[in-house]
Design a protein around this ligand. Structure first.
Ligand code: C5P
Length: 230
C-alpha cells in the first residue's frame, strides 16, 4: 500500500548511471501498460531550475525553497512523447546533457532536496502499476515494492553506451571523459550519507554488461511472472 492508501504494484529498478535503467524501465512499463517514473529527471529538472533562477547549487536551503516554488510535471508534449515540464515549459531536451547530470548528482546529496522530492515521487504509484527508475526507489521511496531489480554494468561498458547516446543526439563528447564522469558520479551516488545507491533488500541483481536491452527486458518480465507465483 502506498502513502495515499493505494495498492498499485510497484517494480523498482535501481542502478548506476548508464546501466540501461531508463530504456529498460520504459520498455517494461510499456509492455505491462504501467506508469513510469523517471526519478533522475526530477533531480535533473531541479538542477536546470536552479541554474535558470541563479540559485547556488551548493546551498541546500535555497534548493529546498526552490522545490516549493517550481512546478514539475510529466506529460505528453505537443509531439506526443512523454516529457518533463518545468513551470509549464518543456525541458526534456535540456535534461540529458552531462553537465545537467552532474549538477543533478551534486544537488541529490542534500537531505532537504531528497525529502522535498519524496512526496512528488510517491504520487506516481497509481493503478494499474508503476515502474520506478532511480537510485533509491527500492530502498527509500518504495521500500515495500513487490518487485525490485538492481541493474548494473561495468563502468567502461556504461561509458561506451552513454558516449554512443550523446553522439547519436549530436552532442559533442569524449569517451574517456564520459567514463571518468560516470566513475565520479558512481562515487558520489554510492558514498553520500543520505539515500546512497545500494542494492535494495530483496532486489534481484542483473549485470547487463554483455546483454542487449531486449534480453534484459525479458529477464525482468520473467522475474515479475515468477514473483507473482510465489
Ligand atoms: O538517472 P539519472 O542519470 O537521470 O540521475 C541523475 C542524477 O540524479 C544521478 O546521478 C543521481 O545523483 C541523482 N538521482 C538520485 N536519486 C534518484 C535518481 C537520480 O540521487 N532516485
Amino acid at each position: 500500500m502506498n502513502h495515499q492508501g493505494q495498492t498499485a504494484p510497484v517494480l523498482t529498478i535501481d542502478g548506476p548511471s548508464g546501466s540501461g535503467k531508463g530504456s529498460i524501465s520504459k520498455c517494461v512499463a510499456e509492455k505491462l501498460g504501467w506508469h513510469y517514473l523517471d526519478s533522475g529527471a526530477l533531480y535533473r529538472a531541479l538542477g536546470i531550475a536552479a541554474i535558470k533562477e541563479g540559485v547556488d547549487v551548493a546551498n541546500e536551503d535555497a534548493l529546498a525553497a526552490l522545490i516549493q516554488d517550481i512546478e514539475l510535471e510529466f506529460k505528453r508534449s505537443d509531439l506526443g512523447h512523454w516529457a518533463v515540464f518545468l513551470n509549464g515549459e518543456e525541458v526534456q531536451d535540456q535534461l540529458q546533457t552531462e553537465a545537467v547530470g552532474n549538477t543533478a548528482s551534486k544537488i541529490a546529496v542534500f537531505p532537504k532536496v531528497r525529502s522535498g522530492l519524496l512526496a512528488k515521487q510517491r504520487t506516481f504509484q497509481i493503478a494499474p502499476g508503476l515502474v520506478a527508475d532511480g537510485r533509491d526507489m527500492g530502498s527509500v521511496v518504495f521500500p515495500n515494492a513487490k518487485f525490485k531489480v538492481y541493474l548494473t554494468a561495468s563502468a567502461e561498458e556504461r561509458g561506451k553506451r552513454r558516449y554512443k547516446q550523446l553522439i547519436e543526439k549530436g552532442i559533442n563528447a569524449n569517451l574517456s571523459s564520459v567514463i571518468q564522469d560516470i566513475q565520479e558520479r558512481d562515487e558520489r551516488d554510492k558514498n553520500r550519507s543520505e539515500s546512497p545507491l545500494v542494492i535494495p533488500e530483496g532486489a534481484t541483481y542483473i549485470d547487463s554488461s554483455s546483454s542487449e536491452i531486449d534480453e534484459v527486458v525479458l529477464t525482468v518480465l520473467d522475474l515479475l511472472e515468477n514473483t507473482k507465483k510465489l
